[in-house]
Design a protein around this ligand. Structure first.
Ligand SMILES: [Zn+2]
Length: 305
C-alpha cells in the first residue's frame, strides 16, 4: 500500500509507537527494506534525500519503482523527500509522485523557516501530499553538532511552528546528528524536549540521525514521544561492510549474487530497526484502501513547471 507519512504517523501517535524511516537509493535497498516491513507486518517510510537524488537515484526512475514495490505489499509504505531545501527539488519530487515531502529550512531564522514551510504546505496539502518540517537544527555528527544545545528545539518554538505551518510531521533536534559519530561516542539525548513537544502538540515527531544513537536511546526517545526514526548511515555502512568482507573472502564473488546478498543485508538491518521502534504487527491498524492513489491522478494532470 503506497501512502503518506501522515497516514502512517497519525496511527503511530494514536497508538504510541514509532516507524522506521530508512534510506533507499537503489533497487536492492528499497526491495530489502520493504521485504522486512512485509515480513514483520510493519508500516515503513522510505527516505530519499535531495542530495542523494542529485548524485545517484533520480526521482523519475526511483519513484515509480518504489511505488510499485509498495503496491505489491499490504503494509503501508510512504516515500518522503528527505531534507528538501531548494524549491526546484521540492516541486520535482512533488511532480514525480513522492507521497510526502520534507522541507528543511531549519538553517534559517524562525520567520523564514515558517514562510518557506508554509509555501510547501500550500503546494502539497491540496493534493494530499504530506509535509514534514524541522525546527531546531539536526546537524552533522562529524562536527559534533548533536552536543550543541543552541541547535536544540525549543518546545515553545515547536508549538508556534506547527500552528503556523500545519505540518504533518515535525523533525526536532534533541541531541542526535547525521552521519557517523566518532568511535565509541554515544549521544546524550534530551528526552525532556521530546516530552514537552509531545505534550504541547499532537503532531508526529521525527528523530533524525538515528544511526549509531544506541538502542536504549532510541527506545527511550520512542517512549518519550518520537514517532519516526530516520536511519541512513547504519544501512549504508552495514551493506558496505558486508560487501568489503565478502570481497576480501572471495575476490571472485559473482556480481549478481553480491547484489542479491546485499539486498538480504538491507532486509536484515531494517528488520532490526523495525523491532526497535516497536512497529511490528502495526500494519493491522491500517485499512487496505489506498485513497492516496486517487490523488496521484490529479497531480499528474494538474501540476506543471
Ligand atoms: Zn535528517
Amino acid at each position: 500500500m503506497y501512502t503518506t507519512v501522515k497516514h502512517i504517523l497519525d496511527d503511530a501517535v494514536k497508538h504510541h509507537y514509532a516507524v522506521a524511516a530508512c534510506t533507499a537509493v537503489n533497487l536492492e535497498l528499497a526491495r530489502g527494506e520493504i521485504a522486512a516491513a512485509d515480513e514483520l507486518q510493519a508500516p515503513l517510510i522510505i527516505l530519499l534525500g535531495q542530495g542523494q537524488m542529485s548524485r545517484h537515484g533520480n526521482a523519475d526512475v526511483m519513484v515509480p519503482m518504489i511505488k510499485r514495490l509498495a503496491e505489491k505489499t499490504n503494509v503501508p509504505v510512504a516515500l518522503i523527500l528527505d531534507h528538501g531545501k531548494e524549491w526546484q527539488y521540492i516541486t520535482c519530487a512533488f511532480r514525480y509522485g513522492f507521497s510526502s515531502i520534507m522541507i528543511d529550512a531549519s538553517a534559517y531564522s524562525m520567520e523564514e523557516n515558517i514562510l518557506r514551510t508554509q509555501k510547501v504546505v500550500e503546494l502539497c496539502h491540496p493534493q494530499g501530499v504530506a509535509v514534514e518540517g524541522e525546527i531546531g537544527h539536526v546537524g552533522q555528527a562529524a562536527d559534533m553538532d548533536g552536543c550543541k544545545e543552541n541547535l536544540y528545539t525549543r518546545p515553545e518554538d515547536a508549538v508556534r511552528f506547527v500552528e503556523a505551518t500545519q505540518v504533518d510531521c515535525l523533525a526536532i533536534a534533541c541531541g542526535t546528528a547525521h552521519g557517523k559519530y566518532p568511535a565509541g561516542f554515544v549521544p546524550k539525548l534530551n528526552f525532556d524536549i521530546i516530552r514537552k513537544v509531545r505534550e504541547a502538540t499532537n503532531v508526529p515527531l521525527a528523530l533524525h540521525g538515528g544511526s549509531g544513537s544506541g538502542d536504549e536511546n532510541i527506545r527511550m526517545a520512542v517512549e518519550a514521544g518520537i514517532n519516526k526514526v530516520n536511519i541512513c548511515t547504519d544501512i549504508f555502512n552495514y551493506c558496505r561492510d558486508f560487501t568489503q568482507d565478502a570481497l576480501e573472502k572471495n575476490p571472485d564473488y559473482d556480481y549478481l549474487q553480491l547484489l542479491i546478498d546485499i539486498e538480504a543485508k538491507a532486509k536484515e538491518i531494517t528488520s532490526r530497526y523495525i523491532r526497535l521502534t516497536g512497529s511490528c504487527g502495526k500494519a493491522a491498524n491500517f485499512t487496505p484502501v489506498n485513497t492516496f492513489s486517487e490523488n496521484r491522478v490529479l497531480i499528474s494532470a494538474g501540476i506543471g513547471e
